[in-house]
Ligand binder design. Sequence first.
Ligand SMILES: [Zn+2]
Length: 678
Amino acid sequence: MRKPQSETTPRPLRHAVRMGLANALMVPLLVALTAVVLTGCSRGTPQAGGAGSQGDAAPAVVQANAAVAQSLKLDDPQDFEDAKRGFIARPSGKILAADGTVLKDFDAYGFLQGKGPDTVNPSLWRHAQLNAEVGLFKVVDGVYQLRGFDIANMTLIEGKTGWIVVDPLSAQESAAHALDFARKHLGNKPVSALVFTHAHVDHFGGAIVVLSAKEAAERRVPIIVSAGFMEEATSENILVGAGMGRRSMYQFGKNLPRDARGNVDTGLGKDVVYGAIGVLRPTGLVDQPTQPMTLDGVRFVFHNTPGAECPAEMTFHLPDHKLYNGAELLSQTMHNLLPIRSAKVRDALGWANSLQQALDQMDGVDTYIGQHNQPIWGNARIRAFITVHRDIYKYTHDQTVRLMNQGYTAREIADLVKLPASLSQHLGARGYYGDLRHNVKAVYQYYLGFYDANPAHLDPLPPAESGKRYVALIGADKALAAAQTAYDQGDYRWAAELLNHLVMADAKNQAAREQLAKTYEQMGYRSEAATWRNSYLTGAMELRQGPPDKGISKAQAIGMLQQVPTERFLEAMAGSLNGPDAEGKNLKINLVLSDANERYVLWLENAVMHFKAAPPAPDANATLTLTRDILVKMIAGTAGAKDTLLSDDLRVTGSRLDLVRFFSLIDKAPGTFPIVTR
Ligand SMILES: [Zn+2]
């Protein structure tokens, strides 16, 4: 039995403990949380264009980009006609946060005019131009889309009494701006139903400004999702949020300038509005494979399609409008089976099967819309579009499996698999967001994991250690010269491999860093995938400037963190316990959430943090009692001393010193770690 120790703690130590408690509680309490904001597509902050040390496109890149332009029918006007069809009005100016921060600049991508420069893959340039067709559009009678207000589309369907809103964007600021814009041009009607097509944040983050929780309850507004939505929306990636959030800065080119040598697109749309996010509790669930439902007088037929693009996702038909909404199972780009920001790997075969089902449901459909990119009109074109997407995932899957079974490894298969022309020529399924080579590796990982069965790779040296040995063997100058030769020959993959060894061996080798930055730049300029381009160019930027000072803020996610089950926070906390420091420590803490009627016992055992829902343990070192509201503020990093030490809603009994000891074992993860150096 442990005795409460606070009484016996000497005064100076008590002061230190008090301050330690503040630090221990306010900062690292639940540190692994970021990617509630990142589970879907992206978050980004618009940057002023122009700055940076970006160079010109090298001759090899000019040549490669010219070859791309030759090989594809980039002057086909049909997609541009679709992207402009039904145009009503275009927004201009900026979307601002409450504190005046610019969240979205509608003019930032104004440079995407005419023929592309050498520094952008021409196929990506065209795609970036399509995504720059921003505005309010009438799709068919009674169906409208707001495109380019955020990375995703907001779809409005006219009901008997108001608007049925499909996917209220990433943030409250962009959702409010888009809906106001629509009301200005289409008339002021209430929101009569909400549909979230899936559990990625760019499809629901702005919900609570489209409809307040109070209004939803009072007017009994239907909020429709597919099975598993709430769990996925509030839980996906909480555990690895800090790591994934940091990696996402690469995928989305968050900190790059918006210009022809920087961020031109994200593949699924323009940059994301990094504003305040929240979610509303659903009132209706789609849990059958096909489920008809009438919302505000409009007939819907929902199709549940879990486990493809998102663990919880659905598409739908509007039979009276002859319209099919493919949610994000279908966009005007090859999607990814494994985002380069990281995620759990997706099932290519399941995705292809969902698209086969979509094809089987296409009778009588004249219009396709998705929740990203532009629509398609005409049954034959829609069928061709779905068929190509189905077969890209199926081909990628089947050919990877075939070569896997012949003993080829992921890196080899990625170089071997090429799409047949009937698939690769379809511009609406090129790799602008996903990438074939990365998807091949994802299929390999899905079935066989990351290990290729070669014992040389069972226990390889970490990057800095092998880098040092390569440099010792070759000599830094000789390696740098060889990399320069490779660069001059346009052999950028080899140049990057050599230079990466040099930089990993010695982050102070400025010549190697600059040469690697130049190499990444060329790789970015020739990339067709916006995500690859953003990664290479962010890598180049960070080789020159170092990693960012700030990670992605959790403060704006409070509206969503409030919905996250406490167990997810505790799992993340256990995942942040510093194991070596915790070795031999034996502490037990009661956690009481006074307003939520939740009680947990947390304890250390074998340098592992465990927890269980249980009444306070009498032998605990300390009991921390607080409200769930304060807990969420701590997680979001917005709790001040007033909320913690000075609040009546937070009490500590037992040993404060032990409480500090316990929470001091939780590592911080600010999400600013270096990636291209060690
Ligand atoms: Zn999305």
